[in-house]
Design a binder for this molecule. Sequence first.
Ligand code: NAP
Length: 297
Amino acid sequence: MSERGRKISGEKISADIREEVKTEVERRANNGRLPGIAIIIVGEDPASKVYVGMKEKACLETGIRSLVIRMPAETDQQTLLAKVNEINESPDYHGLLVQSPLPDGLDENEVIHAIDPAKDVDGFHPFNMGMLAGGAPRFVPCTPLGIIELLKRYEIDPSGKRAVVLGRSHLVGMPMALLLARKAPGGNATVTICHSRTKDIPSITSQADILIAAIGQAKFVTADMIKDDAVIIDVGINRIDDPTAKRGYRLVGDVDFEYAREKASYITPVPGGVGPMTVALLLKNTLLAEELQYSTR
Ligand code: NAP
């Protein structure tokens, strides 16, 4: 029997990536280049504020120029679109993202469509989604991209393996499945996507050599749903009540970690697994944006 329950540390790999980004920013600075990202946040959603704060801090630490544009919850669509256009035109900011979710009344789709695809570091613009679906990815959403990076750095090759992705969102599940199925290094898996209409999910997950859980359901994936020695990647971030915790709750993934790890060969913890990778890959996408804009100047 091979070794079981090895933890995949997103903390460590994301720290390595940040160091690499910092070195690259310094190298470009020697040539008078300064990669920059603008982040628009509308309203006061507490989780969004935390995420934006993490992104801003990561930029500061690595030397990437960052601008956080905070707009009130009452902002109307035209004002928001005008701000997006302003950043689209700015030579100082190579990347632009609008933090999701937007307050009620704002049309998120229209906003995403308004972002210059060349600056779309979140990879949500239909142009970039299309590039990924066509097998020539340019900007790819940061969470699935971070998972591919984790697999690569732990020398887990999806080629020829059965991969099952739980969830089909545009943010995680769908781009994840496309990346794993790609005819390219880091891909070449045989991929099945499950969603809320899928029947008998355990019969599918129990065949997975690589199982990616991205559904937002606390501890949904139990040990009996997992194949022996599978690689388990847990994207979920769910709050569950915990009177012993200072805040009265704690965060758990979509996988029942303690039991699942006894069957898995590798597994990501929550927190400390996929989460930190998302910000690290945003930094890498910002470098890519600057590179593309620099080389086409
Ligand atoms: P989402 O947009 O709500 O999509 C959830 C997906 O899961 C949908 O495709 C849905 O199916 C499916 N689903 C929900 N309940 C299910 C069930 N009981 N059985 C089977 N499928 C089910 O969520 P998301 O944005 O992809 O995020 C998923 C989770 O990842 C959340 O916990 C989120 O917080 C977390 N997340 C973490 C990071 C990170 O950096 N670690 C980044 C993004 C998201 P339908 O399509 O049929 O509705």
